[in-house]
Ligand binder design. Structure first.
Ligand code: ZN
Ligand code: ZN
Ligand code: ZN
Length: 294
């Protein structure tokens, strides 16, 4: 079945398809001629059309074939001007000719800045070359990772602050950044615990004996003590970084404060974990440690 409306839509779509993505448009159209009842194929065609009116018409055709199709519904919503790109973090631009094909198919700032970067970079040598995704050998693509240069499809690419990157390159980059070793986690926990289990009762008892003067000491020394504690923990793990290393260290610190304070309240009657000077000191110290470790 190929109605007049279908033919008309295809003609408009072929005129509107971007030159650079004519390749994808051609293969999608081939599929549509065989099976015009295929909503996925209409969606694919919508993905390579620039003109917002034509895109809308094709998406509406996809919905006619499959009224429940979530992607087509979302696409229509986007064509009304909502960019869902990167969890809605991007703001819409008013330039209607630029769109964001891997993500929202809407003119959004992330796509525009990537276009600017692409224009600044030297143009690719062979534009007619057919590329296939390294992970999906059946998927034709026009995108390349800007780090390793391998061709990747829209499922395998991610828009980062420095352009389109394949997932391998992104995870390699994270491995370089998060260089903590397995032993660093128990070390960070133990060092935080031991230091605080001794320091919390000592500082607490001193502050309780100083009376009003304890308040002043707490305010003056709290942040410095917290910074010192963070420095001890960071040195203990050789200044390596781990995704959750700070949280593990902080858990040890909190447990150390708790255990140390409980012990202190048994030894010294005048000590109270909840005295105002002690709470002031602990609050200042621990918030500083928290921000230094994160
Ligand atoms: Zn976008
Ligand atoms: Zn890569
Ligand atoms: Zn792929």
């Amino acid at each position: 079945m190929e109605s007049i409306a279908t033919k008309d839509l295809m003609a408009r779509a072929s005129a509107a398809a971007r030159v650079g993505e004519a390749l994808q448009a051609r293969s999608v159209r081939r599929g549509l001629q065989k099976n015009p009842e295929n909503a996925e194929a209409w969606l694919g065609l919508a993905g390579v059309i620039d003109n917002p009116d034509d895109k809308k018409a094709v998406l509406e055709q996809a919905l006619r074939v499959d009224p429940e199709n979530t992607e087509a519904n979302a696409g229509l919503e986007r064509s009304r001007g909502v960019c869902r790109c990167r969890a809605g973090a991007m703001t819409l631009s008013r330039r209607p000719t630029l769109t964001c094909p891997p993500f929202c198919n809407a003119p959004c700032s992330s796509w525009i800045s990537s276009q600017r970067r692409a224009q600044a970079a030297p143009p690719p040598a062979a534009t007619e070359e057919v590329l296939y995704c390294v992970n999906h050998p059946d998927t034709e693509t026009l995108l390349r990772c800007n780090k390793c240069g391998r061709p990747v499809c829209t499922r395998c690419v991610q828009l980062t602050d420095v352009g389109y990157r394949c997932k391998d390159c992104i995870s390699n980059q994270q491995k370089v950044y998060f260089n903590a070793e397995k032993l660093d986690y128990p070390i960070a926990f133990a060092v935080g615990f031991i230091v605080c289990a001794f320091a919390a009762p000592i500082s607490g008892i001193l502050l309780s004996r100083l009376g009003l003067f304890g308040w002043i000491i707490a305010i003056l020394a709290g942040s410095a003590a917290g910074g010192f504690l963070a420095e001890i923990v960071r040195r203990a793990v050789g200044r390596r970084r781990g995704r959750h290393l700070w949280a593990v260290a902080f858990a040890g610190i909190l447990l150390g404060v708790l255990v140390g304070s409980l012990a202190a309240s048994r030894i010294e009657n005048s000590f109270s974990l909840f005295s105002i000077a002690n709470l002031l000191f602990l609050g200042l110290a621990l918030s500083t440690t928290y921000y230094r470790l994160r």
